[in-house]
Ligand binder design. Structure first.
Ligand SMILES: [Zn+2]
Length: 412
């Protein structure tokens, strides 16, 4: 069954000025012509005038660009700036650095450690990571600068991870020991500094099944309540969010800890269906107490779109609600005030979708990692166009080759 949606009656018009300095997307039923500064939606209403480049959206759905809140593209972005497969599925912003595992902050001598951790937690070959990224940073801001130089196809932002931050402060002690009060202070300060340098927040992994190559849990898995609350306060004070993979073996305690963290920061956590009732109850309580908490979960096995940010996160939503959950809601979670909806003045990230044809294709294996390691790719059909920062990055399900992405920094 196809979802119900409001069909566009007009064309989308994409103006590209001769000097390439400014351009405009005119969305569904656009009205005003005229120069548009810096890739913002100029008008929503009746179309008048002709665009230099046009995408016929008649009969199609027009949506804001999708925001994928849960990726581990941190390594892949180094050799695949086209960021497949999400760029075939309407995603115009991807969040890196989830689940506590990130490549910054990182001293030169700590690279092997962080890379080994990503290898075991996210199953990305170590040599691919070491050879695929420039490794020309130490601070989190330096990492974001480096990612920006890679020229990604779509926008990216990156959480700073607990493991890297803790290891930076405590060294090997970070793996199995509790932080001293002085170390807690330094961890919280480094987290806040990374958010100041552009991370939209801090990611935490408390799932004991995520381990180092030697099978010990990754740093931060068993961090104390005091440490977590100190970090949440420091990150929240900079406007950042806390992303968490809880230890579902202690789901009540973990959700209570999140409730405390939520007194000072926005929250995002990974939910699993097994604990549905507890999670529903705890999240409802938190929201009733004013906590800003959002869950991500896997919509279904093999789903092309990860990061379905949800409210009643177990049900399949209607079209407009589904779009809201993968655009406006994640924009709010990330503090991106100028993305996530298609209204005048918002950044021009959008999709034109032929909903009648919309489908995921069968996944297939490619060997495009440095060193030839395999991975799955999955393409989609029904994407008439994707626009990112005013540029057309995809037309009729094929990349145009234009890399239009920016690194979106906290507060920037
Ligand atoms: Zn993850």
């Amino acid at each position: 069954m196809k979802p119900r949606f409001e069909r566009s009656t007009q064309q989308i018009i994409h103006h590209l000025n001769d000097n390439h300095s400014a351009s405009e997307w005119k969305a569904d039923r656009c009205a005003e012509a005229g120069p548009l500064a810096y890739a913002r939606v100029s008008a929503v209403g009746e179309v008048s005038g002709k665009g230099r480049e046009e995408v016929d959206a008649a009969g199609h759905a027009v949506t804001p660009g999708f925001i994928d809140l849960h990726t581990h593209l941190d390594a892949q972005i180094g050799w695949d700036p086209h960021i497949t497969s999400v760029t075939w599925h309407g995603v115009t912003t991807a969040l890196l650095g989830n689940c506590g595992v990130t490549f910054a902050p990182c001293r030169k001598e700590d690279r092997e450690f962080l890379v080994g951790m990503m290898e075991t937690v996210e199953d990305i070959p170590k040599y691919a990571i070491l050879n695929g990224l420039p490794w020309d940073w130490e601070s989190y801001g330096g990492y974001l600068d480096s990612i920006e130089r890679l020229g990604p196809m779509i926008n990216v932002c990156g959480l700073v991870g607990h493991s890297a931050t803790r290891f930076h402060v405590m060294g090997d002690r970070a793996i199995e020991e509790q932080a001293t009060p002085e170390e807690i202070e330094r961890i919280a300060a480094l987290a806040a500094q990374s958010v100041k340098e552009g991370a939209p927040g801090f990611s935490v992994n408390r799932h004991p099944g995520h381990t180092l190559p030697d099978r010990r849990p990754i740093p931060g898995t068993f961090a104390s309540r005091e440490e977590m609350l100190a970090i949440a306060r420091a990150v929240g004070a900079e406007g950042g969010l806390m992303q968490t993979v809880p230890n579902f073996g202690k789901v009540d305690e973990e959700m209570d800890l999140l409730a405390e963290e939520g007194e000072s920061s926005r929250l995002l956590f990974s939910a699993i269906g097994e604990h549905r009732e507890v999670l529903d109850a705890k999240v409802s309580d938190m929201r009733a107490n004013g906590v800003d908490i959002t869950a991500v979960t896997v919509p279904r096995a093999g789903g092309g779109l990860g990061g379905l940010a949800t409210n009643n996160f177990w049900r399949t939503p209607a079209w407009n609600e589904a779009v809201r959950r993968i655009a406006a809601v994640p924009a709010h979670v990330l503090g991106l005030n100028d993305r996530g909806t298609l209204t005048v003045g918002m950044k021009a990230d959008l999709n034109v979708i032929d909903v009648d044809r919309l489908e995921e294709r069968q996944p297939y294996i490619v060997h495009d990692f440095p060193g030839g390691a395999p991975r799955f790719q999955q393409r989609a059909q029904g994407y008439r166009a994707t626009g990112c920062n005013r540029q057309v990055t995809l037309l009729d399900d094929e990349h145009t080759g234009i890399c239009a992405g920016q690194v979106l920094r906290n507060g920037g």
